[in-house]
Design a protein around this ligand. Structure first.
Ligand SMILES: Cc1cc2nc3c(=O)[nH]c(=O)nc-3n(C[C@H](O)[C@H](O)[C@H](O)COP(=O)(O)OP(=O)(O)OC[C@H]3O[C@@H](n4cnc5c(N)ncnc54)[C@H](O)[C@@H]3O)c2cc1C
Ligand code: FES
Length: 288
């Protein structure tokens, strides 16, 4: 395989039964990457192309980091098959418009569940630009917390929220936003990444105070080049393509209902693909 097309997995960490981290050697991508961008990955020659956000990049080590939640066929296949020393078949990117970090004076970066990983480059990027950064991270419970130290290193304040109160404050990230807005009425930007329902709630929390709120949208993507129309989203009643116009958009302008409807469109096909793959796995492991 030619140099530059071997994407070695140099480390792996499992955060929970469903969430795992892969660090991949890719010096060119690490040099080019900016906060808010994503890559399209094919784990093997016959694999599906899936978009994954750059959760970190280290120019000195020449690596990029992906944090993946095993939800369906491809991500479960990666969870089962990707080991240190293996190679990913394809990694295309960096894609998408980099996040706007310049000129922001005081920001809250809000990550919910898996959204905690992709919000990290934004927290670090804002800090490097001289902003005062409040990190607000939401998890279901204390066992699911990851990267607390990484965030402490680049945030001026860190608020952990858990649904059950087992760590930090009991409540959703919107409670963290409410407290931050009270203490910092001069907040000039909120960035929120997580499930659509969470991003919508964050946008509603800041709307009355008119604080600019950026969300990172995750519609189904196919080509990632603006050609197929798969990732169409409605922003301020205009059609945009998340792969080339986003994935960051103004949360106060996003039509979240439209996004949710489009995300549900392929549920039956996704279920069938997972069942086929699980059936195949069972046959492969059958003693006869
Ligand atoms: C810009 C962007 C960044 C993303 N970053 C991350 C990340 O950092 N970590 C992570 O775990 N996930 C991320 N995702 C979601 C990830 O791409 C999907 O979870 C993955 O494609 C699911 O594939 P699957 O075969 O395992 O599951 P499937 O059963 O095929 O799908 C499960 C769900 O994942 C979503 N999905 C499926 N196919 C796609 C696709 N081609 N493009 C986008 N979403 C899809 C749909 O909501 C679907 O209902 C991102 C999505 C986008 C658009
Ligand atoms: S993924 Fe095809 S247009 Fe965005």
């Amino acid at each position: 395989m030619p140099e530059g097309s071997r994407f070695e997995i140099v480390s792996r960490e499992d955060f929970s039964d469903a969430t795992f981290l892969l660090e991949i050697r890719h010096p060119m991508m690490a040099r080019a990457a900016r906060p808010g961008q994503f890559v399209i990955v094919m784990s093997h020659e016959h694999g599906e192309r899936i978009p994954l956000t750059l959760a970190d990049f280290d120019r000195a080590r020449g690596t990029i980091t992906l944090v993946i939640q095993a939800v369906g066929k491809t991500t479960r296949e990666m969870q089962q098959g990707c080991r240190v020393g293996d190679y990913l078949y394809g990694v295309v990117g960096p894609m998408g418009v980099p996040s706007h970090v310049a000129g922001v004076r005081k920001a809250a970066v809000v990550g919910g569940g898996l959204g905690v990983a992709p919000i990290y480059p934004q927290a670090r990027g804002l800090k490097e630009q001289g902003a005062y950064v409040v990190g607000i991270l939401g998890f279901r419970n204390r066992d699911l917390i990851f990267w607390e130290d990484k965030f402490r290193a680049c945030c001026d304040e860190l608020i952990i929220c858990t649904d059950d109160g087992s760590a930090g404050i009991k409540g959703l990230v919107t409670e963290g936003i409410r407290r931050t807005m009270e203490v910092h009425p001069d907040l000039d930007q909120v960035v929120a990444i997580g499930p659509p329902v969470m991003m919508k709630a964050c946008a509603e929390a800041t709307r009355p105070a008119k604080i600019k709120t950026i969300v990172s949208l995750n519609p189904v993507m196919v080509d990632g080049t603006g050609m197929c129309g798969g990732c169409r989203v409605t922003i301020g009643q205009k059609v945009k393509f998340a792969c080339v116009d986003g994935p960051d958009f103004d949360g106060h302008e996003v039509d979240f209902e439209d996004l949710q409807v489009r995300l549900r469109r392929y549920v039956e096909d996704e279920k069938a693909a997972l069942e086929r793959w699980q059936g195949q796995c069972r046959m492969d492991h059958h003693p006869n």
